[in-house]
Every structure is written in C-alpha cells, then in structure tokens.
Ligand binder design. Structure first.
Ligand SMILES: Nc1ncnc2c1ncn2[C@@H]1O[C@H](COP(=O)(O)OP(=O)(O)OP(=O)(O)O)[C@@H](O)[C@H]1O
Ligand SMILES: [Mg+2]
Length: 250
C-alpha cells in the first residue's frame, strides 16, 4: 500500500463536551478502491464520516485531501475540492423529476462557468444528467417525479446528484439503510460500478455486505482504530472478533 492516499487523517480526535468520541485516528484511504468504516454501535463511525465530509471539525489532528490540509474547511467548499457525500436522509426535490434533480445538481456546479448560451448550457446539462441517470440505473425514470420513485431508486438518484459534482472521493453513510434485500443487491452493484474511477468510502452496519464488496476495512471501537486491512485480515483479527461477538452481531 504505497500509493499516495486520497484522504488521510492524522491524529484525529473528537470530543463532545468532554466525551471522547474519537481518539488519535490515523488512517490513509487509498485511491480508486472501496474502503468501509465499520464498528459496533457508538464506535464513532458517523463522527468520523462527518469529519471526512467536513460537517465536523475535529478537536485534534488534521485531515489531508490529496496531500493538502483541509482541516476546518467549510462544508460548502467540499464539493468544489472534489469530495461528495450521500446521506442516510433523502435530500431530493420531491416534486421535480429525476432528471431535473440531477440537472439542478449539475447546475449548482457549473454556474460559475455559466458563460455559454442558455440553450447550449441547458442541453449540455440535460445530456450529462441523462448519462448520470444511466450510470445509476435510472434511465427509465428520468421523467418521473422523485417522490414517485421507490426507496432504493431515490437512494440511487441521490447518488446521481452527488456524482453531479464530479467528485474524486464519494462518501456514503449507510447507503443500504432501510432497503429490501433486492434493493440492497442493486445498490451494492451500483457502488461497485462507481469504484475505480473514484474512491469510495462507506460507513456500514451490514458486515456481510461490507466484507463482500470492500477492498479495505477500517474498524473503530470506542472511538479508536482497532484494526485496518483487507476483509480477510479483518475476518482473522482476534480483537475484531471479540468486539463483534460481544455485541452479538457478525
Ligand atoms: N453531537 C454529539 N454530542 C454528544 N455526543 C455525541 C455526539 N455525536 C456523537 N456522540 C457520541 O459519540 C459516540 C460515537 O457516536 P457515532 O454516532 O459516531 O457512532 P456510530 O459508530 O456512528 O454509531 P451507530 O452504529 O449507532 O451509528 C457515541 O457515544 C455518541 O453518543
Ligand atoms: Mg452512525
């Protein structure tokens, strides 16, 4: 693992009114692969995700993106520097069509270069939005209002909106939360498709799922990094087994 990391945390810690949610987390996320952050309830996964995505500023340590210190960069700058996130909570315009939702995402990103003629701009955006809908498997739903889509499709649409910012790094917090097994399978296939061209980091509860789709795993427990490695490394890790057995989840 010698490639330069896409994103890296050095000595990252987070305290909430004296409660230590994260302590001295040193992680280097490698480019072009899928890394998942796992750990039992309350391990600090969401806190760590929020630090990577800029929603929280760490109490200690630094976050480096492509070698640059981005600690404390305001969240609205993140899309611009190449980091996008998809949340547990749906973040769509329900009455707009799937295509319009993606186009709005694209528009937010290109507005500052908006020197093209309006018609050409609109057409370009529509083409790109259509391509993104295709990427996430929603080509047939382009003209349907977001509110009419099934839950799994709404999550896929949210990803298309996140991709509209052309991120190098895509962060996803529990992308399969609340999904049926079939929807989960479709979402897993989609996530695999996105990796390579981009770096993807997931926070996930479902162990079986992360074990089967991730190249690397980062395991947190009580706010500390307790293991890091390939799914096989993690499966064979005694400390990880103990932590999960203690929780009764595998
Ligand atoms: N804003 C906050 N204020 C106080 N404590 C917090 C805050 N956010 C998180 N915590 C605490 O920090 C710890 C880690 O929380 P976090 O949500 O990061 O865990 P998690 O691994 O995502 O858990 P889960 O698996 O339940 O989603 C928990 O004990 C939580 O109660
Ligand atoms: Mg969480």
């Amino acid at each position: 693992m010698t490639a330069d990391p896409v994103i890296e945390t050095r000595g990252v810690g987070m305290r909430f009114q004296g409660f230590t949610a994260l302590k001295d987390v040193n992680v280097r996320i490698q480019p072009g692969i899928l890394t998942s952050i796992i750990g039992p309830n309350g391990a600090g996964k969401s806190t760590y995700f929020n630090i990577l995505s800029g929603a929280l500023r760490p109490s200690d340590g630094q976050v480096l993106f492509q070698g640059n210190d981005i600690t404390g960069t305001p969240p609205h700058r993140f899309a611009h520097i190449g980091i996008a996130k998809s949340f547990q909570i749906t973040n769509l315009f329900p009455n707009f069509t799937a295509l319009e939702n993606v186009r709005i995402g694209l528009q937010a990103h290109v507005s500052r270069y908006g020197l093209w003629r309006r018609r050409a701009l609109l057409q370009g955006l529509t083409e790109e939005a259509t391509a993104l809908l295709e990427t996430v498997g929603l080509a047939d739903c382009a003209q349907r209002p977001a509110r009419e889509l099934a839950h799994g499709q709404q999550r896929a649409l949210e990803i298309a909106v996140a991709l509209a910012a052309r991120p190098r790094l895509l962060l996803m917090d529990e992308p399969t939360a609340g999904m049926s097994p079939e929807e989960t399978r479709v979402m897993m296939d989609l996530i695999r498709k996105l990796v390579g061209e981009r770096t993807v980091v997931l926070v996930e509860h479902k162990m079986k799922m992360v074990m089967s789709i991730s190249e690397r795993l980062v395991v947190l427990h009580h706010g500390e990094l307790i293991a890091e490695g390939t799914p096989d490394d993690i499966r064979g890790n005694e400390m990880v087994r103990r932590v999960y057995l203690g929780q009764g989840q595998h």
